[in-house]
Design a protein around this ligand. Structure first.
Ligand code: CP
Length: 317
């Protein structure tokens, strides 16, 4: 059984469930699906007859819409669940919501939840494949995979590249999954944040700095994070203005970086805080490539989770 076959029909809670071979299989499969989005009729029958529910308990633009488009391009049926318009507001428990959806025969649940660990718990309640679309401060595996995909498209491979993750690392599920994925593919990660936003208990080998200027000249990629105000206690930064003065990637700082250095961000960006408008709209910003990559990578993740069309493959259609 190959790496992909071993994973088919399984849930994806974080990237550390995957071996490097499985990550490469996913990225290769995403590459083969990318072409579907350039067709006049953007559809293949790979998941025809399967049902995917987007179960989102937190706001999302990129992740929810790209999972919906990904499922539709694979010909799955898609249902979008919005907690605010559901029986959750009448007090229905998460477990009963999941069991209700299972009773309708859904094949996959794409889950975003404010509580770290919720998708893993849901996975224990249902036979449906569960895909973590971001849980609390824990993990955002498809974001990390799409970031690897977007970077590999730009720079060939991640081996021996140095990637600075800059900003609110403490509250960032994206940072946690990206650290695992980038290092799995051979990159060196350096964390840059004010002391109040740097997570405690980092492994001793972790490279970090409290000063962005310290790493400006020796990184290939600057991966910026927004301040996760929805998860922060108050008082972790003196003010937005002072935070921006110390950590914003602006044209002056990018001008000191290596000429080939790229700027990434998972979105949503806050122009004028962690990134200047000039950098966000400039040629070294990769954010829209990340979004494009997200569609292909989420097609691959759904294909893996649902095992694809019987007897079919990623090229079918
Ligand atoms: N990067 C990301 O998860 O964006 P959304 O919150 O818009 O899905």
């Amino acid at each position: 059984m190959d790496a992909a076959a071993a994973r088919r029909g399984r849930s994806l809670i974080d990237v550390d469930q995957l071996t490097p071979a499985e990550v490469h299989w996913l990225l290769d499969t995403a590459r083969s699906f990318e072409e579907v989005s350039r067709r006049a009729v953007k559809k293949v029958p790979a998941l025809r007859g399967r049902t995917v529910v987007n179960l989102f308990f937190e706001p999302s633009t990129r992740t929810r819409i790209s999972f919906e488009l990904a499922a539709k391009r694979l010909s799955a049926d898609v249902v979008n669940f919005a907690a605010a318009a559901s029986s959750v507001v009448k007090g229905e428990a998460l477990k009963d919501t999941v069991l209700t959806l299972q009773a309708m025969g859904v094949d996959a649940l794409v889950v975003r939840h404010p509580c770290s660990g919720a998708p893993g718990v849901i996975d224990g309640w249902t036979d449906a494949a569960v895909i973590n679309a971001g849980d609390g401060m824990h993990a955002h595996p498809t974001q990390a995979l799409l970031d690897c995909y977007a970077l590999i498209r730009r720079i060939g491979c991640l081996q021996d590249k140095r990637i600075a993750i800059v900003g609110d690392i403490m509250h960032s599920r994206v940072a946690r999954s990206c650290i695992k994925a980038f290092t799995m593919l051979g990159a060196e990660v350096v964390l840059v944040a004010p002391p109040t936003l740097m997570p405690a208990g980092l492994p001793p080998e972790t490279r970090f700095s409290y000063v962005l200027e310290d790493v400006l000249e020796d990184c290939d990629v600057f991966y910026l994070l927004r301040l996760q105000t929805e998860r922060q206690e108050e008082g972790l930064i003196p003010s937005l203005r002072e935070y921006a003065a110390a950590y914003q990637m602006d044209a002056r700082r990018l001008g000191r970086a290596r000429p080939h250095a790229l700027v990434m961000h998972p979105g949503p960006i806050n122009r004028g805080v962690e990134i200047s408008a000039e950098v966000a709209d400039g040629p070294r910003a990769v954010m829209l490539d990340q979004v494009t990559s997200g569609l292909a990578v989420r097609m691959a993740v759904l294909f893996m989770a649902l095992g694809g069309k019987e007897g079919g493959d990623a090229e079918s259609g």
